[in-house]
Design a protein around this ligand. Structure first.
Ligand code: PLP
Length: 414
């Protein structure tokens, strides 16, 4: 533990670490690991999508001509595929355009803001997904950070805040959360479904972006929020989302939401003001290529094979270089796209800066908190999917040196 060392020992370590850092700086690394993008090797897995339709194949199972306008809800076979993935009924699914984030944005507008007067607030389990927080910030919804635990949001905090009628919703990533890779426990999901918020229009935005994104074993079995909320007599509280962004091609995938009949009617109405309908040819292409939910699971095993060695590099390097030094903590996810690292308080910005000066761009420190404000300045999101194995190894070694250097600077200044 570095905190147990004398000033002299820390000084010695500091000089050594500074030399090492200088070598990395001179090494000319140039790598952007700021976003969780799939690597080209993952994108290659879906190339057959390009040929999944031929010019005679443009009709959906119900005879819909997918070349033409219409079908705000999606074609039946795409609804069925999403229903099987999300474990709901096809009539509970609305298929969106290329990005689930757009459906989430529209949900905040349609369910939370439209027709409501006065201040609206959202609960934001943190660290969380920066683009969720960007939506609520942009739309003028006040954000309340909620602490994350290894089994989901701290429910005592959640219960405290929902007594305020201005608190109208909560962001959740229940499976392999961004950035920690946390999977919500059954107990937490039951507690979420049993909430009795003061706001009648309170909604849980249940972002299942990583629903089948396991790189160790089968995807986790978690309780279905819609069914649990229904059992509590509050089926309208659950809005569930997912997409093919990290299954096929980000930006060229298909998104969906699953919700109660009255929620879906509201969203259909809301969307039909801004679009005559989504890209049904892309839906048909996805159905032809993946066939069914089993096809998606098989495909995701291939993604898992590509990602496992990358996550192993991150976790092994952290273990080898930092374990036992008392200068950082991290969880070991079994899926998703990130590893979240917590440095000593007050060091995250410094670590990200040190890495940037040596050619490694990480996600901005604090990005996983509302307004980019990590009160501890300790959380850093590591996104291992995009670089090659070789680049990642170099990047992680540099990262660990930066963590040590920042920690030693802090300990020597105390
Ligand atoms: N939700 C989470 C938790 C994510 O991490 C991401 C992408 O990183 C998205 C949603 C984006 O999904 P989409 O491309 O469907 O908008």
């Amino acid at each position: 533990m570095y905190t147990d060392l004398s000033k002299e020992s820390l000084q010695k370590l500091y000089r050594h670490c500074k030399d090492e850092y200088g070598q990395y700086k001179a090494g000319g690394l140039a790598l952007d690991m700021s976003r969780g993008k799939p690597g080209a090797d993952q994108l290659d897995l879906s190339m057959a999508l390009f040929n999944a339709l031929d010019p005679s194949d443009y009709k959906a199972g119900d005879g819909t001509d997918c070349r033409n306008y219409g079908g705000i809800d999606g074609i039946p076979e795409m609804k069925k595929l999403f229903a099987d993935l999300m474990e709901v009924r096809p009539e509970e699914v609305l298929v969106g355009a290329n990005a689930s984030l757009a459906l989430m944005y529209e949900s905040v507008v349609a369910y939370i803001l439209r027709g409501s007067k006065g201040k609206r607030k959202f609960l934001c389990p943190s660290p969380g997904y920066d683009r969720h927080f960007a939506i609520t910030e942009y739309l003028g919804v006040e954000m309340i950070p909620i602490a994350m635990t290894p089994s989901g949001p701290n429910m005592d905090e959640v219960r405290k805040y929902i007594a305020d009628p201005a608190v109208a919703g909560m962001w959740c990533v229940p499976v392999f959360s961004n950035p920690q890779g946390v999977v919500y426990s059954d107990e937490v999901i039951r507690e979420i479904a049993a909430l009795k918020p003061a706001a009648e229009d309170f909604r849980i935005l249940w972002d299942n972006a990583y629903i089948v994104h396991s790189f160790e074993g089968a995807p986790p079995k978690v309780l279905n929020l819609l069914r649990e909320c229904e059992a509590q007599g509050n089926g309208d509280m659950a809005l569930m989302f997912t997409s093919f962004s990290k299954i096929s091609f980000p930006g060229a995938g298909v998104s969906a939401m699953a919700a109660s009949p009255s929620n879906l009617a509201k969203m259909r109405n809301h969307l039909s003001v801004q679009t005559i309908g989504p890209d049904k040819l892309n839906q048909l292409r996805h159905v032809r290529f993946f066939k069914d939910a089993q096809g998606v699971l098989e495909h995701m095993k291939k993604h898992g094979e590509v990602l496992r060695p990358k996550f192993n590099i991150v976790l092994d390097t952290l273990d080898t270089k930092l374990k036992g030094k008392g200068i950082g903590t991290w969880l070991k996810p079994k899926g998703g796209y990130f590893v979240a690292f917590d440095s000593l308080p007050g060091c995250a910005k410094r670590i990200v800066k040190l890495c940037a000066e040596a050619g490694l761009i990480l996600t901005t420190a604090g990005a996983a908190y509302p307004h980019g404000n990590d009160p501890q300045d300790s959380n850093i999101r590591i996104a291992p999917t995009f670089p090659s194995l070789k680049q990642l190894k170099q990047a992680m070694e540099l990262f660990c040196v930066a963590v040590e250097l920042a920690a030693l600077e802090k300990l020597l200044n105390e």
